[in-house]
Design a protein around this ligand. Structure first.
Ligand SMILES: NC(=O)c1ccc[n+]([C@@H]2O[C@H](COP(=O)([O-])OP(=O)(O)OC[C@H]3O[C@@H](n4cnc5c(N)ncnc54)[C@H](O)[C@@H]3O)[C@@H](O)[C@H]2O)c1
Length: 422
């Protein structure tokens, strides 16, 4: 069996390394973080993902998976390092560059390098290929390079790694064919081959499609509030149209993908990406919109306390990267509100102090649901009513049972639901 070196052991690299190990490959997982490497070698994990612990434990105990801080010789190298944006909204390719450079000394004739990190169009061809060719080996002749973007959903990563269709783009057709051999050994869905730049664009457009549609939903929610009607009912009814799929509104878009990737296109084509840029700005403006709603709810209360429920960028995960909740928190801090924060999926986030649910609600003047965690759907309004100082709730995901909360005297505010105008 082939030896595979997976560079970057985060939300994507670690499950991929585990799946490859369970498919029988000898997997060397590489991460620059010694803490992560030590955690994995103990058979433990540093992220929350259903089923991952069992998979990694099995890989480590069978010695199919070993973690280390530097790469080693292998047949295949899979790069799954972060591709965030800078403060100026430009692709930050430092991790891809350093991961590419780190494998150059280990490259040998016949090796295959796969970039899984979501990247601006042209990255494989214009950035990674020249780095790999510093080894003296020619891509497409001596070594092979392909892009295989990841499209898994956090919370369902292990299922989707195997069951999602895959797109593989090669620098040459042979590069794509060789990468397909690896993925075919564990993917149970269709695998489509194309060129590397097309594969990069496919991934960016998938996330841009989501971002633009969420922006449309957020805009619709704002219009519904102004009209005094219910956005959630509009969506439900509109989606009975056979060719309409309105998305859901919320407090903004977070995570390492949807809120980041569209900027990769705006950076390269600023004049042509008007819709994409406007959508990004609409979604990035939502945390402030939520803060304004909180201000309105609390306008008559002296030294109000706000209980923020949910720090993660989406429900039932522990990932806070680019989370709208962080923006809501910092905007409220600027306004000198007392703030408590509770997230059952996040234990520490220094320097922000995190509270238990009970201490977060204690003496609060407004409960704000920012993440659609299942735990928040189960909060009992009766117990909440005994803890808070003022009975206000703002639900930015429409997950609470409004009748129940009303029964205990709460003033209910749902994002996208306007007050009837007559
Ligand atoms: N998280 C997701 O749901 C998701 C979904 C689809 C695609 N992606 C893409 O996958 C890529 C990886 O994302 P992620 O969420 O796994 O990131 P992550 O931050 O969870 O993990 C990346 C890991 O790479 C390590 N690293 C950084 N530079 C390194 C180097 N030079 N050598 C070795 N290790 C290095 C970091 O220490 C970190 O542990 C990104 O491009 C992202 O856009 C992520």
């Amino acid at each position: 069996m082939k030896k595979i070196c997976v560079i970057g052991l985060g939300y994507i690299g670690l499950p991929t390394a585990g799946v490859l190990a369970s498919a029988g490959y000898n997997v060397i997982g590489v991460d620059i973080s010694e803490r992560i490497v030590n955690t994995i070698n103990r058979g433990e994990i540093h992220i929350e993902e259903p089923g991952l612990l069992t998979l990694i434990k099995a890989g480590v105990s069978s010695k199919q998976l070993i973690a280390q801080t530097v790469p080693t010789n292998a047949d295949v190298f899979i790069i799954a390092v972060p591709t965030p944006i800078t403060e100026e909204k430009k692709a930050d390719m430092r991790y891809v560059i350093s991961a590419g450079e780190s494998i150059v000394p280990y490259l040998d004739k016949g090796n295959l390098v796969i970039l899984e990190s979501t990247s601006p169009p042209g990255t494989c061809q214009n950035l990674l290929k020249p780095i790999l060719e510093r080894s003296g080996l020619k891509v497409g002749k001596d070594i092979y390079l392909a892009h295989c973007p990841e499209r898994v959903l956090p919370g369902k990563i292990l299922h989707e790694l195997i069951h999602n269709d895959r797109i593989i783009g090669g620098i040459t057709p042979k590069c794509a064919e060789l990468a397909k051999e690896i993925y075919s050994s564990f993917v149970e869905s269709e695998i489509f081959l194309t060129d590397a730049t097309t594969a990069e664009m496919v991934k960016l457009m998938e996330n841009t499609y989501r971002d633009v549609n969420i922006a449309l939903a957020n805009e619709t929610a704002i219009l519904c509030e102004k009209l005094g009607i219910n956005f959630w009912e509009v969506v439900k009814l509109a989606n009975h149209h056979p060719r309409v799929h309105l998305h859901l509104a919320g407090p903004g878009v977070g995570g390492h993908c949807i809120s980041v990737d569209p900027w990769f296109l705006v950076e390269v084509f600023p004049a042509e990406t008007k819709i994409i840029k406007t959508a990004r700005e609409r979604n990035d403006g939502m945390p402030l919109y939520v803060v304004k709603k909180i201000e309105t709810i609390l306008k008559n209360i002296q030294t109000p306390k706000v209980a923020l429920l949910g720090l993660a960028y989406k429900g039932n995960v522990d990932d806070i990267r680019e989370s709208p909740s962080l923006h809501v928190y910092s905007q409220l801090l600027l306004r000198n509100y007392k703030i408590s924060v509770h997230d059952p999926h996040i234990k520490h986030h220094p320097p922000m102090p995190l509270d238990t649910l009970e201490s977060a609600l204690k003496d609060a003047d407004c409960i704000v649901i920012l993440t659609a965690h299942d735990e928040f759907k189960k909060i009992e309004p009766e117990s909440a009513s005994k803890l808070v100082r003022t009975k206000n709730i703002l639900d930015t995901h429409n997950i609470i049972n409004t009748e129940e909360w009303e029964k205990y005297g709460f003033n209910i505010n749902i994002l996208g639901v306007g007050k009837p105008q007559n």
